[in-house]
Design a binder for this molecule. Structure first.
Ligand code: PRP
Ligand code: URA
Length: 211
């Protein structure tokens, strides 16, 4: 469909997505499913990170081993992207975490920036933008634009559910950004929610739905 779209195909992913969609899943179950899905996405997205060969002395003899050879940035979009950070930090313990805060204006559905402290220089070599929901694509594009402006040469987007509208927007605006997504849903509804979706990811992950 789009050359940059990497759709995860895995039985464990389908099983975890069922937990996310179920409105009766608890916040703990919801976070657990995001964590497992992000672990699967991470394996796919980091497969070709550059390595250099370094000499290591085993208890038996010297040998050459691969060592990661790049500065990696993990870039969660607040709030919901925070729920995806831990699996990446587990796999990339030396990575830097750079937060970006956007909320969607309920009327226009456009992202409004409320936290952005990327430094003016010394960009990371590879950045992973994290957000479970790619709906209109506005928030993802704002983050990707920001990272391009910072000068990051390689940027990936990791998301759990995506609407066709969001995928098209990111693929068109950023044809060099791989999108690693667990599932593509049918459409957006009039309020800009993904259908069938999972509701508000930030509220559900952080047990913060209005009562
Ligand atoms: C959600 C989601 C994305 C955005 C996706 O965040 O986590 O950031 O909406 O929609 P878009 O593709 O149309 O931009 P929201 O703005 O609700 O903020 P929150 O994470 O604090 O709930
Ligand atoms: N943000 C969410 O949390 N859910 C949606 O369905 C769309 C945007």
């Amino acid at each position: 469909m789009y050359p940059t779209l990497h759709l995860l195909k895995h039985s464990l992913a389908e099983n975890a997505i069922r937990v996310l969609r179920d409105k009766d899943s608890s916040p703990e179950q919801f976070r657990g499913a995001i964590l497992r899905l992000t672990t699967l996405l991470t394996l796919d997205a980091t497969r070709e990170l550059p390595l250099k060969q370094v000499e290591v002395q085993t208890p038996i003899q010297a040998t050459f081993c691969g060592q990661l050879n790049c500065r990696v940035g993990i870039v969660p979009i607040l709030r919901a992207g925070l729920s995806m950070v831990d699996p990446l930090l587990t796999m990339l313990p030396e990575a830097e975490v750079w937060h970006l805060g956007y909320y969607r204006d309920e009327e226009t559905l456009k992202p409004v920036t409320y936290y952005d402290k990327l430094p003016p220089n010394a960009p990371v070599d590879v950045a992973y933008v994290l957000d479970p929901m790619l709906a209109t694509g506005g928030s993802a594009c704002a983050a990707l634009e920001n990272l391009k402006k910072w000068g990051v040469p390689e940027v990936h987007f990791l998301g759990i559910l995506a609407a066709p509208e969001g995928i098209e927007k990111v693929a068109t605006a950023f044809p060099d950004v791989p999108m690693h997504i667990c599932a593509m849903d049918e459409k957006l509804n009039d309020q800009g929610y993904i259908v069938p979706g999972l509701g508000d990811a930030g509220d559900r992950a952080f047990n913060a739905a209005a009562v």
